[in-house]
Design a protein around this ligand. Structure first.
Ligand code: PAF
Length: 285
């Protein structure tokens, strides 16, 4: 089996992509923090189907973690990731160290206001500025035609779409539906840190989202009533501590009171040592 083409420096990656760029080939990028699961591989499959070249980036970005968050315990397994990407026929994997991405303290950062400060941004101050800034750097390094992100991180996807519009990045952002385990749990690299009991308890999040969607699709137009029912369902599971639950306009994430347009329900909860997020879109009848 051919070992996947791995690059640890910006220069090496740019050199590897030069020929493709000169030949006018399209380049799809899948930015990740590694510890890949089937959700990531679905992004890779989409990128593979829609581009001449596919680049996956693996970088656990320290600037998007708060001081008391899980940067040091974030799961990592580079050898396994590279084997999966080799099997997925990726053309190049970019695996920079912190030194390569941040050779000097940044004086330039990107923050979106209010989009980056609301919802998860309230629970994780500074998180979306870290994400937007590193994704902007990755776009400048890879110069992709298209970039692929999971809808599970719905606010992240919205932040990136808005950054690309505001700053005129010449890249098409492709959102890919959430991939779930058989019992409904959204796939996440963090799931590996759930104990068997946590893992069972976490199912309540996708169940509550399904319940909320069923209410909306049956004609419930009062967001507070949907939130109240979902909160009751989640509260009945003692292993889960709800941190936020919002029903938002799918386009700009403004919180809605009346459900009279397509909405997205966004949930954040602590399950054991892990902060899990999940989402589901719903349309009123
Ligand atoms: O979704 C992620 O894994 C990260 O937030 C991203 C987009 C790779 C930026 O570090």
């Amino acid at each position: 089996m051919r070992p996947v083409d791995r690059h640890e420096t910006i220069d090496a990656l740019r050199t590897a992509l030069r020929e493709a760029r000169q030949a006018g080939q399209s380049v799809g990028v899948v930015p990740t923090m590694g510890y890949l699961h089937d959700g990531h591989l679905e992004l890779v499959r989409r990128a593979r189907a829609e581009n001449d070249r596919v680049v996956v980036t693996i970088f656990v970005n320290p600037t998007q973690f708060g001081p008391n968050e899980d940067f040091s315990t974030y799961p990592r397994d580079m050898e396994r990731d590279l084997a999966l990407l080799d099997a997925a026929k990726v053309d190049a994997v970019f695996t920079p160290g912190v030194e390569a991405m941040y050779p000097q303290p940044l004086q330039t950062t990107i923050s979106l206001k209010p989009l980056g400060d609301m919802l998860i941004g309230k629970v994780r101050p500074g998180h979306f500025s870290g994400v937007a800034t590193v994704v902007a750097k990755l776009f400048n390094i890879v110069q992709p035609t298209r970039a692929y992100f999971g809808e599970k991180d719905f606010q992240q996807l919205t932040v990136i779409r808005r950054m690309v519009q505001d700053l005129n990045f010449p890249v098409e952002i492709v959102g890919v539906p959430t991939v779930r385990e058989a019992d409904g749990l959204a796939m996440s690299s963090r799931n590996v840190r759930l104990s068997p009991d946590d893992r069972r308890a976490a199912r309540v999040l996708s169940a509550a989202l399904a319940e909320g969607a069923a209410m909306i699709e049956a004609g419930e137009g009062d967001a507070a009533r949907v939130v109240a029912q979902m909160t009751t369902t989640i509260a009945a599971e003692p292993g889960v501590a709800l941190r936020s639950l919002d029903i938002c306009d799918s386009r700009d994430l403004s919180v809605v009171e009346r459900i009279d347009r397509p909405v997205v329900m966004l949930v954040t909860a602590e399950v054991g040592p892990v902060l899990l997020i999940d989402q589901r879109e719903a349309r009123p009848v």
